[in-house]
Ligand binder design. Structure first.
Ligand code: ADP
Length: 523
């Protein structure tokens, strides 16, 4: 135990030595130490015999929060002073102590003394200082953050602070928004449904609320916000307000939306492709079905005649009329096969046209004769044409195919018979081959569909008539490639007129002679 010199009283010595606090006594005015307890020794590293007799401010290199004279004055007049002092231990360590000074007359009554009780608060003070600094830096940091709106709300949801980012994102200057309720950031229907209050309720109950949603800027424009609200509590756990961090993630949202749209578009495209494939499959199946029906009719006729020839019941000498009929049936088969081949060529871009100059009148006359045996007894088949040859330059075989298809259709689609009339005519620049029947006719609304691939118009009246739906489509395509076309006029129940038109020289320069030789006729 340190020797007691000039201590307050003998009875207190032991007690003072026992306390953990540093307690010393100094003289008022000159600050000379008269008593120094074990706590002082421990705190400052100075033993009592070295400390006693020295000025405390010198020994401990004290730094005062106020001028020392002012403090001394206070001790003198008020009898006490309290405050933090910065001092140094013997080994040079800086200490912050909480000091309480009380004025006392010394035990022996020789002088006015000051009892000082010091407690080491270095760690606490340093921690507080660091915290304060950190707080300041954080504040500075938050105020300058531009990408995030970081601000505080009071427990009722009114804006209390506002940072640079908040101004940037929401558009309000601090003075415009502080004190206002944060529901101004919401769309009207959200406000109406109580969303802002609900968010605070959740944040209060669960300490945190997070969501993404549309929010409104000062200028009324919308942005997609990522919002985090955190409940802030005082040390007793009472709600002190909310911290709110908002980020404008509109760009990301738009990107995601675009990606979703893109994916949806692709999915839709795939669906349509799959649907298209399925339709194509069906078209293929239907076509095979139709084509085989179309071929089977004339083939079975041919087969029948063939058997009769084989068993000797039929001979050309005895029944010469059956030869043209066989020829017509063969022509029908050829027609279907040619249409199939040409459609395949057309679709794959491999269709090449061969131009030659020929007499259209004669060509049509020959086709009419080929088909004549097919016209049932109830049909009449007539050709009306110019006297003189009508020379045209075009792909002869394909013009023949187109006209054959029209005559074949005219007979097919007038099952109750009637007149089928073929008219060949020309103007100064074009030729026309018109095939008119008195058959089933076609509804006006169905006309555009006739010229599409497989464009069959199936009605109760014609369901029993077989066909592939390729003829008109193919004919129009081929004619158009040569500067021509197919026109149609039809009245349901009264009949149809299909007309092939063609320039005299089908999209190629024809020899001058051909033009001069050409026959003319009026329509
Ligand atoms: P196909 O006769 O092989 O079915 P086309 O392309 O020649 O194919 O004709 C397409 C459709 O047009 C026919 O299925 C039929 O419905 C209709 N059509 C063609 N010609 C006539 C016509 N002269 N009278 C009534 N309908 C016709």
């Amino acid at each position: 135990m340190s020797p007691l010199r000039g201590g307050p009283s003998l009875e207190l010595d032991d007690l003072l030595e026992l306390t953990f606090d540093a307690v010393f006594v100094r003289r008022l005015g000159d600050q000379v130490i008269t008593y120094w307890n074990a706590g002082c020794e421990e705190l400052y590293g100075w033993p009592a015999d070295e400390a006693v007799g020295r000025r405390v401010d010198e020994l401990l290199q004290t730094r005062y929060p106020d001028p020392p004279e002012v403090i001394e004055q206070q001790v003198t007049t008020r009898g006490r002073w309290e405050g933090n002092l910065t001092q140094h231990a013997r080994d040079g360590r800086e200490l912050v102590v909480a000091s309480r000074c009380v004025r006392r007359r010394s035990a022996r009554g020789e002088h006015e003394a000051v009892v000082e009780v010091h407690r080491d608060v270095t760690r606490r003070v340093k921690t507080e200082e660091r915290l304060k600094e950190a707080n300041e830096s954080l504040k500075l940091l938050l105020s300058g953050v531009r990408d995030y709106a970081v601000f505080m709300l009071d427990p009722a949801g009114n804006v209390m602070t506002w940072n640079e980012g908040a101004q940037q994102i929401n558009g309000y200057a601090p003075e415009e928004i502080i004190g206002k309720h944060f529901s101004v950031f919401f769309e009207a229907p959200d406000v109406h449904s109580g969303k802002p209050e609900w968010e605070l309720l959740v944040a209060d109950r669960e300490d945190r609320f997070e969501e993404e949603g549309w929010r409104v800027r000062k200028d009324g424009s919308k942005f997609w916000a990522n919002v985090v609200i955190t409940a802030l509590r005082d040390p007793e756990g009472r709600l002190a307000g909310f911290g709110k961090v908002t980020r404008d993630v509109t760009e990301r949202k738009r990107f995601e939306e675009r990606r979703a749209e893109e994916q949806q578009r692709k999915a839709e495209q795939l669906r349509r492709q799959a649907q298209h494939m399925a339709e194509l499959e069906k078209v293929k199946r239907d076509f095979l079905n139709l084509a085989s029906h179309e071929l089977r009719g004339p083939l079975s006729v041919l087969r029948g005649y063939m058997s009769m020839i084989e068993d000797g019941t039929l001979s050309v000498e005895r029944f010469p009329d059956f030869v043209p009929l066989l020829s017509a049936k063969l022509r029908q088969i050829e027609l279907v096969v040619t249409q199939m081949l040409d459609t395949a060529r057309l679709e794959s871009g491999r269709l090449t046209l061969r131009h030659e100059t020929f007499d259209l009148r004669q060509t049509v006359a020959r086709i009419v004769e080929t088909f004549r045996p097919l016209a049932a007894e109830e049909h009449t088949l007539d050709l009306v044409g110019p006297e003189a040859p009508l020379l045209v330059t075009a792909d002869r075989e394909r013009i023949e195919t187109a006209v054959s298809n029209l005559i074949d259709n005219a007979i097919k689609y007038s099952p109750d018979g009637g007149a089928v009339t073929c008219l060949v005519a020309a103007t100064a620049s074009r030729v026309f081959v018109s095939v008119r029947d008195q058959g089933l006719g076609i509804d006006a609304e169905d006309l555009p569909r006739l010229f599409t691939p497989f464009g069959r118009i199936v009605t109760a009246d014609n369901a029993h008539i077989s066909g592939t739906g390729l003829g008109l489509y193919l004919s129009r395509e081929i004619l158009r490639q040569q500067g021509g076309d197919i026109l149609v006029a039809s009245t349901p129940g009264r009949g149809s007129t299909f007309t092939v038109t063609l320039p005299l020289q089908a999209s190629q320069a024809a020899p001058a002679q051909a033009r001069a030789d050409r026959g003319q006729a009026d329509l």
